[in-house]
Design a protein around this ligand. Structure first.
Ligand code: FAD
Length: 286
């Protein structure tokens, strides 16, 4: 099923993101958590590619398994990292062969310790180039990333939207955003996007806070802000995972409710391969 079709329906989509597990125990854990999340009947799930040092093979295998063995509509993440035209052609053909109809096409991040993205093959430098290539094949529903607080490398919000529009015009069907905690960033981002002529659905990306130290690391990397009031609530409980969970899930429930009240086209949960927080949020908002 193409996600573009799901997005034409009146109801918002609910989707979950997973990453390929690295060892035996995390494979088991992911299996159990996917089993739990299946009960929520998600509109689609997505599988990351190369993020956090995972291998392409693991990503492809998990994508194939979830799409074809579990039978959930799956969106494969795919990046420009080490991409040559030949490799991209082969990989996209592989996705087509395993019945993957949905891709989120990304640039990828520079290797650890480097600040500039340089594709050694010299062939794909920005997500827009991958999107142009894949869109010409006319086989996939294509998503791209958007940044409510701008991409960390963008010098300004105006420049960020300029290149987002450029990317969208190459053949993007919908946008999934980077995580954010203050909904105002999302509302302003959508306003800027619409003013720039971007008309496609923009699905907010939600990350429930269950571990404050981990979230601080993530937000430092991706340039998202944790609202000061939330920092003040969480700081006294940095080492108390139970209390952090309570505060984080309550915050996410309110965040999701407000987004749904504003008519968002869907909610995309960064699950971190866990299920409990997403299930608790779901049971409160559905
Ligand atoms: P681009 O759209 O190419 O933009 C990158 C930067 O270049 C931006 O600052 C943009 O403004 C600028 N830019 C774009 N075009 C031009 C141009 N022509 N000239 C000059 N500047 C330009 N990473 C992974 O490795 N694996 C994943 O699975 C993954 N999944 C993700 C899913 C989501 C929903 C999100 C939000 C991010 C994900 N990422 C993933 C992280 C992503 O790869 C990084 O954020 C990366 O730094 C940028 O990717 P992009 O596709 O947004 O890049």
């Amino acid at each position: 099923m193409k996600i573009c079709e799901l997005l034409k329906q009146d109801e918002p989509t609910f989707s979950f993101e997973f990453f390929p597990p690295k060892n035996y125990s995390s494979i088991l854990e992911l299996g159990i958590n996917i089993g739990q999340l299946l009960k929520l009947n998600p509109s689609f799930v997505s599988v990351t590619y190369g993020a956090g040092g995972s291998t392409q093979e693991a990503s492809f295998k998990l994508t194939d398994y979830i799409n074809n063995k579990i039978g959930l509509t799956t969106m494969a993440h795919y990046t420009c990292v080490n991409a040559t035209r030949e490799k991209v052609a082969e990989d996209l053909e592989y996705f087509h062969e395993i019945n993957i109809e949905n891709l989120i096409l990304l640039r990828g991040d520079p290797p650890k310790g480097e600040t500039k993205f340089a594709n050694e093959s010299g062939e794909f430098h920005y997500a827009s180039e991958l999107i142009e290539y894949a869109s010409a094949l006319d086989m996939f529903c294509i998503a791209a990333a958007g940044y409510p607080e701008k991409h960390p490398e963008s010098p300004s919000v105006e420049g960020d939207i300029y290149y987002l529009k450029y990317k969208v015009d190459k053949g993007v069907d919908f946008i999934v955003t980077q995580l954010f905690f203050d909904n105002q960033y999302y509302f302003d981002f959508v306003k800027r996007a619409r003013a720039a002529g971007i008309e496609i659905p923009i699905i907010p990306g939600i990350m429930p806070i269950t571990n404050f130290r981990q979230i601080k690391r993530f937000t430092e990397m991706c340039g998202a802000t944790i609202p000061q009031t939330l920092v003040e609530k969480l700081t006294p409980y940095q080492d108390d995972l139970k209390k952090t969970y309570e505060i984080g899930v309550e915050f996410a429930i309110n965040q999701c409710r407000e987004l749904l009240d504003h008519g968002v086209p869907g909610l995309h949960f960064y699950t971190l391969n866990k299920s409990r927080a997403t299930i608790d949020i779901f049971s409160s908002i559905k």
